[in-house]
Ligand binder design. Sequence first.
Ligand code: TNX
Length: 509
Amino acid sequence: VVAGALLAAGGVVPAGAAPAPSAMDSIVPAPESVTPDPAAEFELSERTAVLAPGEAAGVGEYLAGVLRPATGFPVPVNPALPGTGDIALALDGDPALGPEGYRLQVTDEAVRVHATSPDGLFNAVQTLRQLLPAGIESATAQPGPWTMPGGEITDKPRFGHRSAQLDPARHFFTVDMVKRYIDQIAKYKINRLHLHLTDDQGWRLQINSWPRLTEVGGQTEVGGTPGGFYTQQDYTDIVNYAASRHISVVPEIDMPGHTNAALASYAELNCDGVAKPPYTGIDVGFSSLCVNKDITYRFVEDVIREVAALTPGEYLHIGGDEAHSTTDEDYTAFMAKVLPLVEKYGKKPLGWHEYGKAAPQGDAALQFWGTTNGDPLLDDAVARGNKILASPANKSYLDMKYDENTPLGLQWAGFIEVADAYGWDPADHLGVPEESILGVEAPMFSETLETSQHIEFMAFPRLPAIAELGWSPKQSRDWESFRTRLAAQGPRWQAAGQDFYRSPQIPWT
Ligand code: TNX
């Protein structure tokens, strides 16, 4: 399944590559602490059951669903007569593990997982699957044996917000494509999905009070091919699917720039009252909502109200980037009216870091996307109490090319090989105190990306690098360790039928 021209690039295993490490040492992102017990080993069998009482049952069912296809074993959840060979999930974790941490013990007799919440159990399951042979990721029955190395792992994340972004605005992605990516990122303990739902080229979320946004603005995409949009039911389907993978959706409605699709849908949103023609190129910075018209704020409020009502997560992203066609004065006036609307509908604002110009209130968060080490706007934001989401474009952008030969992607922020994606620290790079870092994100803008294979080729193996910066303790960051552990993920992606870039920096096995 892992075929195609894209995979032909790379794939070189350097001479003297390290031998494949044991599974306990191969986890990505690296756990806080791993204590192998070479004398012990657990083997899944026909008799293995999952014991997951009470609130643990949902993750128990998910785990059984992970284990059944490749093993062909029945893996009952909470059977009436549990026998030997059980995997036990319990919400009796030490509070010191925090809301997302877990302890995982593997002995000859059993696998025991302890956490304080279902999120922690879910994270443990992602570790557990990496302890099994790569074939566990296959959708069809594979030969065993299904053994896990003995030992104990204690783990918890460095940051609570570990995000991946998709841009269905530039090229539309179907609900199934979004779900496929959700499953892929969940394996690396990503817990936020940022959806860039609107841009010049397309408006992708149905808004009942402004139906032309999708009837007109949803029809186009980059390159002139047909676009598409999510009905509110589709969006809810994505939100619920993400929640079943313990991922919370952060919707972005980009404004006041990046709004040509809205301006093409409603003439009255334009200062001159004339609808813009649709746009299918890849320039940025040419569109702006009309800051001095009342109807602009009725529009924005209607959109924010509907999006907030559909979104259980705490943040609503209002974009704010590259507003080159909005004066600073207008930009600040616009944000001063819009920021309270986000609060009015119960959400915290998130915006690209330029919106720091508008001095958002203390509970707002700024997403840094610059290519420099920090920005004075971040210092002011930290002083106001804003949290900073780290996504420096020259480190974490999954739409940048790996090198000059990469057939997809852009290069305005430079080439990003795996070592570049891994070789920075969120707090140090931005010059922001650790406590002010909300977390990290790996954005992926889609001017050049159209299919799941494209998404996978650009995200893997860089997304796991960003995931590790967000999860693992700062002092554990080590490129030699990471590249060896990353190599062990390749057979997992192959078993899952997922594409990836065979970076020559990684000693693929
Ligand atoms: C800049 S990053 C943008 C997007 C483009 C992206 C391409 C950011 C906040 N804005 O509009 O799609 O570059 O990499």
